[in-house]
Design a protein around this ligand. Sequence first.
Ligand SMILES: O=C(O)C(=O)C[C@H](O)[C@H](O)CO
Length: 422
Amino acid sequence: MSEITEEHVATASRPSDLRITDLRVANLAGVPFRSSIIRIDTNQGLVGYGEVRDGAAATYALMLKSRLVGENPCNIDKIFRKIKQFGFHGRQGGGVSGVEMALTDLAGKAYGVPAYALIGGRFRDEIRCYADTPSLTDPHAMGARLLERKLRGFTMLKMDVGIDLLWDVPGALIAPPGAREDVTTMHPFTGIQVTALGVEHLVSYVDIVRSVVGYDVALAADHFGHIALDSGIRIGRALEPFTLAWIEDLIPWQLTGQWRQLTEAVAVPTCTGEDIYLLDGFRPLLDTGAIRVVHPDPATAGGIAETKRLGDYAQERGIPMALHLAASPIATMACVHLAAATENFLALEHHAAEVEFWSDLVTGLPRPLIQDGHITVPETPGLGFGDLDEELLSRHLDPRDPVFFAETKHWDAESSHDRLWS
Ligand SMILES: O=C(O)C(=O)C[C@H](O)[C@H](O)CO
């Protein structure tokens, strides 16, 4: 064996010598949904973390392993171009996007700089988060929950309102058979019509919510459908008095022409984007001015740098960008660096206001991570957290497939975890 010289020692941790040796995942549940943490290992002992989008399969990341091993993770864009063909819209973008986050984490650690420095530096020191609140039948309960979040310092909130509230209201919907089951899985276009009674129900719901939470906080509304265009127009017009920040996902994002008609017909900002992969997927909506707010999920859209490119592209077209997210602190921190480095940024979604241990999943950052509705941009290398609290994580594994960074030589397409949401 040859002798280790001083030169060897000096070059042992050179970023140019860094190589990927492995990719492993930990499948979590309840953080706030199920998601998979990616860990990329290297020949220098450095590890990088990313996260596969909520509700997606770890498979989407594991299938990329053979394309990654041997690559220098600091060449983020080169690797991204090599693997992006293996992603797609919806949850299928989750593998590529999560891997890109982990590469950025690694590159930042290798060069000793925070992730935002790799994509151009920062525009802000604090990242505004907005708190999402899933559907509640009782508008007073929804108002109370939103008010509690407002009092915790969130300056922007979102509630789910829409057909979820109307299925059991007689005469509120005209729906094709099976539509109720379909919308909970694939979010397809169902052609559901919301009747005058249904619209009245939603108006009264939002009126009560506003009377509880007040008008001095930005409030967006989501989970409308998908519904028929004319129903969307009637709902949008009826909700105009409530000064909503946006109305989201009334119709499928692919229907650019319908989005444009909706946007032109209502005086409430229209919004979509959480299932779109890569800037290319957003171009039709942005180029035609079909939406007023673009809402990518960086864990679907292609990760940190691609979502920044998208934000810049939208900015040139006068369309503000908010970030969708339903993730653990790992993808959240990826989004914090992205939001710091993108001028065109409104707010980052937080879906885990009810998950008490959420901030504790990573070490080395303030707890709680979100204070007064904001996350402070860290200056530590990579995504900025010290490490994972593996003991805590291991208590929140997905019981259907409780893999915890185990070596994976292949993936089992039949396992329950690999059944996809979309
Ligand atoms: O918050 C939003 O905009 C959502 O639509 C969240 C989804 O319900 C979430 O990703 C769960 O799959």
